[in-house]
Every structure is written in structure tokens, then in C-alpha cells.
Write a protein that binds this ligand. Structure first.
Ligand code: FUB
Length: 461
């Protein structure tokens, strides 16, 4: 090695490596703070239910549960709030909407949610978008101060189990109606914390149970704090469990974690969360978390390969069809944007809101330079024109770039007139030559808060 390499280059590289942060994953939702991911695959779509950290949270400030969907694992559509603490008449707090999970059975969707101090409630809906209703009018589980983080597993023989708990793990057999149970609530003897006794499982909270090739898996937020994701395996859904190690170690960049595990289009995934979006803006620790997802790999003996702490974004599985109406709140990544909801009520008398007629989710808080990225958009043989639906405020423009944020502009929409607040209008513009699959960058330009943006759609050649 020559003198230059030895005395100058190597020390520079060493110092750089020690101060540069490890490679980090971009959280999959940027318009809100989300935690406690609970994914479920329904037909060809991933439904991702999450808890919701408010933008001004210091500690936990959690009032409702959110839903996102995807058919390609990278572009996620925001469906807003699907349930809230207000859905439970017997819960008189506006904080405590902790980790949810939704299960599907009997053509119904059951959302199990913990509200610390009140127990675990269950909401039921006829479709996965809701509305979810409290059919019991009381907690499903009110057993101990450990009653948080419910997870449901339905075995091949149809028996459903509900597991939950921090710092101990409990389970009970659910009845076929999914809103009642039979038999005793069991405190898992192996994972129970006993003072002065070793704790080989390092179980903390957030259990998630599933079955693969005849083997049962129990993963959970492990060690505290920071929490990683640990797991154990068994030949039965109720144990005994054999501790198998960590799927992901805890990391000093995070304090919590919370697994949600699915297979989608033949690929296993693990969801969890980090604090990356909060940390972009401040060094302080507040409970403003962001859901992440990473590919999971099984070894031939069924054990799981350990992952570094949220390091890689997953690949897109499929493409997005731009010739169908795409909600503007569908994105792989965004900066500066929020989403909002407009609810239309059927009013019979001015003071009675009556029945909800429609709910529109749209992009808001749009300012100069904000943008969103939609990945893998398949323009096929090309597009002739583009429609967008926007409403009011101060006006500005929307530029549609391909491949990079400053890549070729294929369409530009000027939102000229300052329409009143929520008057929605559709604007059509021509589209430049474009073929095949491209990432689309939708970039906003103008002064002050520009407009609201509901949807976009290209017309095929
Ligand atoms: O999000 C509130 C609580 O923090 C959850 O219930 C736990 O799993 C932890 O993520």
C-alpha cells in the first residue's frame, strides 16, 4: 500500500464510516405518523391497519386507527381513519388507541384494539374499509393491567386464538363468532416474567402468531428498550415455544418496535416501525413513529434469517395502471404533504348531520416544492391526456415528471383561478410522448398553500 493510501485515504474512510449513519430504510408512510402495523392480505390487496401518533405527540398521543392499502408493496393508498376511541361508548378517554389487528371470518372483519386501562375491545365490519361497529358495548378482554397488543390467529381446523399482553403473554380460544371466548384465559407459563428467574424469550409485547409448513411462529417486540423483534417456534398454537432468536435487533435510533408478518404474492414480509421521519426534523425523542417493511427470509429448517435494523426498502411487485383513476393520496414517497378528509352528510334538518353520504380523502398542505413519487407506472403504448381533480385555495401548478424529480416533464397542470374552498373541478391537459414503465414524480409549484388534490387519471393512446 503506498504512503498516500496508508496515511491519508484510509484514515478519512475510517472516520467517515464511524460517523456516517448506517444505511436506513425510508418509512412507507410519510403523510402521518404511524405505528403498530397490522397487515392482512384480502384477495389481491394488502390491507395495512396501523395505530396513529398525532403530529404534536410528545409521549403516546393516539386517538384512532388508520388504514392503507397496496397491491404492489410500494405504492400505498391512504384510507384515513377507520376507527377511533369514540366508537366505544364505554371508553371515556381521548388517548390510548394502541396496537390494532384485523381478522377476517364469516364474511366479516373483526378489529381487536387495546385501550390501556379499559381492556381490549372488538369492532366488526362487513368490509375491510369499515365502518367498524362495537357490537359488544363492553370490553372483550378485561383481565389484568397487561391487556394490550391483541393478535388473532385462526388455525387450519378453524379454531381461533387471541393472544395479547405486556410484559406477560396471555391467550384464550375465541368462539366462532369471534367476539366471545370459551375456556380460561391462560398466562403462558414459559413467557411469564418471574422475578429473579432468567427470561430466555426476552418477550416484551406486540405478539404476532402465524403458521407456515405446519410450524407455529410467535414473534414479538423483544427486549426493552430499544425493542427488537424476537421469535419462537412450536408444533402447537399454544406452545410450548422454543426461542429461536432475533429477526431484528433493537437499535439506538428507536425505542420501540412491533412486528406484523404476512406473505404476499409468494414473498414473506415483516412490518414494524422506526422514528426516521421524526429524526429528519429533530433530535429529541417523541412518540412519532413511522411504519417500515422489509423482506423476510426463511431457512430450509423454518428458522428466520436475521435482518439489520430497517435498512432496505422492498421491491415493487407489479405496476400501477395510470389509465384508471388513481387517488392522489396513493404514493411510494412524498415530502411536505398531508392528507385530509371531507365528509358529506345527508342533512334533513340543519342541526342534524344525518347519514354519511360520502367521504373523500385528498392531498392537503400542498406548498411550493412539495412532491410525491408513484413507483412503476405503466404507460404502455402512451397517453394522450391527463385529468386531475383539484380544489381552490391560492392556485399554482402540478408538474408530472418521469424517472427523477427533475426528469422530463410529460404534463403540466395550471390551477389558475382561486376557486372557493372545497369546490372540486377536473382539469384536462395534453401529455407528451411517453411509453412503458416509469416512476412518476408529481411536483407542486406556486406561492402560499396551493390547492387540494383529489385524483389523477391518464387517457390511453
Ligand atoms: O403504540 C402504543 C404501544 O407501543 C403499543 O401497543 C406497543 O406495542 C408499543 O408499540
Amino acid at each position: 500500500m503506498n504512503k498516500f493510501l496508508l496515511e491519508i485515504l484510509v484514515p478519512i474512510v475510517m472516520v467517515s464510516l464511524s460517523v456516517w449513519p448506517a444505511k436506513a430504510q425510508r418509512p412507507i408512510i410519510q403523510t402521518k405518523f404511524t405505528a403498530d402495523p397490522a397487515p392482512i392480505v384480502i384477495n389481491d390487496t394488502v390491507f395495512l391497519y396501523t395505530s396513529h401518533d398525532e403530529d404534536d405527540a410528545f409521549g403516546f398521543k393516539m386517538q384512532n386507527w388508520l388504514l392503507y392499502t397496496s397491491t404492489d408493496m410500494v405504492n400505498w393508498r391512504d384510507h384515513g381513519v377507520v376507527a377511533s376511541l369514540k366508537d366505544f361508548k364505554w371508553v371515556n378517554t381521548d388517548n390510548g388507541a394502541w396496537a390494532p389487528q384485523v381478522a377476517q371470518r364469516n364474511n366479516k372483519y373483526y378489529m381487536y384494539v387495546p385501550m390501556p386501562g379499559f381492556g381490549i375491545g372488538v369492532l366488526v365490519a362487513d368490509n375491510p374499509y369499515g365502518p367498524f361497529k362495537d357490537v359488544l358495548g363492553k370490553p372483550l378482554i378485561k383481565n389484568s393491567s397487561d391487556d394490550i397488543d391483541p393478535t388473532v390467529f385462526i388455525d387450519d381446523d378453524g379454531q381461533a386464538y387471541l393472544y395479547w399482553g405486556n410484559p406477560n403473554l396471555y391467550y384464550v380460544k375465541l368462539n366462532n363468532d369471534m367476539v366471545s371466548y370459551s375456556g380460561a384465559i391462560i398466562k403462558d407459563p414459559q413467557l411469564a416474567k418471574v422475578k429473579g428467574q432468567p427470561d430466555p424469550y426476552h418477550y416484551q409485547e406486540g405478539p404476532w402468531v402465524w403458521k407456515r409448513n405446519g410450524r407455529y411462529y410467535l414473534s414479538y417486540a423483544s427486549t426493552c428498550c430499544p425493542e427488537g423483534i424476537g421469535y419462537a417456534m412450536s408444533s402447537s398454537p399454544t406452545g410450548p415455544w422454543e426461542y429461536k432468536g432475533m429477526i431484528m435487533d433493537g437499535d439506538k435510533r428507536s425505542s420501540g418496535n412491533h412486528p406484523g408478518i404476512i406473505d404476499y404474492k409468494g414473498q414473506p414480509y415483516v412490518f414494524g416501525f422506526n422514528y426516521a421521519i421524526l429524526k429528519q426534523n429533530m433530535s429529541k425523542h417523541y412518540e412519532r413513529r413511522s411504519v417500515c417493511v422489509e423482506k423476510l427470509t426463511y431457512n430450509p429448517d423454518g428458522t428466520i434469517q436475521k435482518l439489520p435494523f430497517w435498512s432496505k426498502n422492498v421491491d415493487q411487485v407489479g405496476t400501477l395502471n395510470p389509465f384508471l383513476r388513481t387517488e392522489a393520496e396513493t404514493m411510494a414517497y412524498s415530502e411536505g404533504l398531508k392528507t385530509d378528509v371531507q365528509v358529506e352528510w345527508e342533512r334533513h334538518i340543519p342541526w342534524d348531520k344525518g347519514r354519511k353520504v360520502s367521504e373523500k380523502i385528498f392531498l392537503s398542505s400542498i406548498n411550493n416544492g412539495d412532491f410525491l413519487q408513484v413507483k412503476g407506472v405503466d404507460f404502455a403504448q402512451g397517453a394522450t391526456s391527463l385529468d386531475v381533480s383539484v380544489a381552490g385555495l391560492n392556485g399554482g401548478s402540478i408538474e408530472f415528471h418521469v424517472d427523477r424529480i427533475d426528469g422530463p416533464t410529460i404534463a403540466k397542470v395550471d390551477v389558475l383561478d382561486k376557486a372557493e374552498g372545497d369546490v372540486w373541478k377536473t382539469i384536462s391537459v395534453p401529455v407528451k410522448k411517453i411509453k412503458g414503465v416509469h416512476d412518476l414524480y408529481i411536483v407542486f409549484k406556486g406561492e402560499k398553500e396551493l390547492f387540494y388534490f383529489d385524483w389523477w387519471k391518464f387517457h390511453a393512446k
